[in-house]
Design a protein around this ligand. Structure first.
Ligand code: NAD
Ligand code: UFG
Length: 336
């Protein structure tokens, strides 16, 4: 049985779906601060399989003790956390509390229960501002521009020290690039609360008429068309990468993988592709640069291909088609 923390969130729910389809039994814990119970119910409907759900917080040691004593858990996928970069700047303590203290509580509860296999949701942000592209796992972590990124780097350091100190642990750090898209059913997807911070949910809310227009943050970057370039990958590819990464847990040690396509796409290219694929018009304007944005970064994803047999299979058109399918079927997300 696999414990999935944050399994009611965007990426976690897609991972739960792929785990069930691969034959795993799953227990989800989530405090629903940014997730939806409805996503779990829909995963059950899509897969025709049951998910055990327990409502609780990863910072609550008594709750974690109860979970590990009640269920025969073999390994953990740890998605639970806070992820809004700008919010992390205004509320740094909250971010360190959930992302760092929460992870420490989880590790302590796992240790007590004798469970030492974990896959962690890290981010390309840990490479820092000075790294050269494409990002390769062998590069050192860099300085992060915000508390969110710093919290991911701290957790990676904690896991690195733990693997060094205790040879029983098997730890996989998955560094996601920019996950977008939704399950091909259009029944689960990204459902941000309030105004979206990220590009793809913002575009799809403009497309569906919830927002008037997209502001493209900066068109004077040293890139092909002046707008920022990112490595967008389909969330279902990302979820499949998680399932494949479980094979690494058989051998103790610390393993780090980039999960991305290796192909940068600019903001403007994304907007034009969205219009073409979804056959909708998007109103957009060019605005000022957003603080802390890097001009361009993308993955060298060859290590995941070599060791996990993982490669992003879905192209940009599929990412857009599935985003639009989810958004148009559920204009107000899980509250539609
Ligand atoms: P999400 O907010 O949709 O999912 C996170 C889930 O964790 C939510 O369901 C939330 O309710 C739950 N949660 C938050 N704090 C909790 C707590 N204290 N106890 C229990 N549950 C809690 O975010 P997501 O996009 O699915 O991201 C999942 C993970 O991947 C996060 O750790 C995030 O930092 C990481 N990540 C995301 C991206 C991205 O672009 N979405 C990129 C890199 C890394
Ligand atoms: N963008 C716009 N307009 C918007 C939203 C975004 O032009 O309304 C642009 C951004 O400026 C950026 C690109 O679209 O150039 C992608 O922005 P996102 O916010 O979707 O993604 P980021 O690459 O900025 O953020 C990602 C992850 C974070 C992580 C960060 C580190 O979502 O978790 O990379 O660089 F911390």
């Amino acid at each position: 049985m696999i414990l999935v923390t944050g399994g009611a969130g965007y990426i976690g729910s897609h991972a739960v779906l792929e785990l069930l389809n691969s034959g795993y039994e799953v227990v989800v814990i989530d405090n629903l601060s940014n997730g939806a119970l409805e996503s779990i119910e829909r995963v059950e409907r899509i897969t025709n399989k049951k998910v055990i759900f327990e409502h609780g917080d990863i910072r609550d040691s008594a709750f974690l003790k109860y979970i590990f004593s009640k269920y025969a858990i073999l390994s953990v996928m740890h998605f639970a956390g806070l992820k809004a970069v700008s919010e992390s700047v205004s509320s740094p303590l909250q971010y360190y509390d959930v992302n760092v203290t929460g992870t420490l509580e989880l590790i302590k509860a796992m240790s007590t229960a004798g469970i030492n296999k974990i896959v962690f949701s890290s981010s390309a942000t840990v490479y820092g501002e000075a790294a050269t592209v494409p990002y390769v796992e062998s590069m050192p972590r860099g300085q992060s521009a915000n508390p969110y990124g710093a919290s991911k780097g701290m957790v990676e350091q904690i896991f690195t020290d733990l693997a060094r100190a205790d040879e029983r642990w098997s730890i996989v750090l998955l560094r996601y690039f920019n996950p977008i898209g939704a399950h091909e059913s259009g029944d689960i997807g990204e459902d941000p609360k309030g105004v979206p911070n990220n590009l793809m949910p913002y575009i799809s809310q403009v497309a569906v008429g919830i927002r008037e227009k997209l502001t493209i943050f900066g068109n004077d970057y040293p890139t092909r068309d002046g707008t920022c370039e990112r490595d967008y990958l389909h969330v279902s590819d990302l979820a499949e990468g998680h399932v494949l990464s479980l094979s690494m847990l058989k051998t103790p040690g610390l393993y780090t993988f980039n999960l991305g396509t290796g192909k940068p796409i600019s903001v403007l290219e994304m907007v034009l592709a969205f219009q073409r694929v979804a056959k909708v018009e998007l109103k957009y304007e060019f605005g000022k640069r957003r603080d802390g944005d890097l001009p361009a970064f993308w993955a060298d994803a060859s290590k995941a291909k070599e060791l996990l047999g993982w490669e992003a299979k879905r192209d940009l058109a599929a990412m857009i088609k599935d985003t639009w399918n989810w958004q148009s079927k559920n204009p107000n997300g899980y509250n539609s």
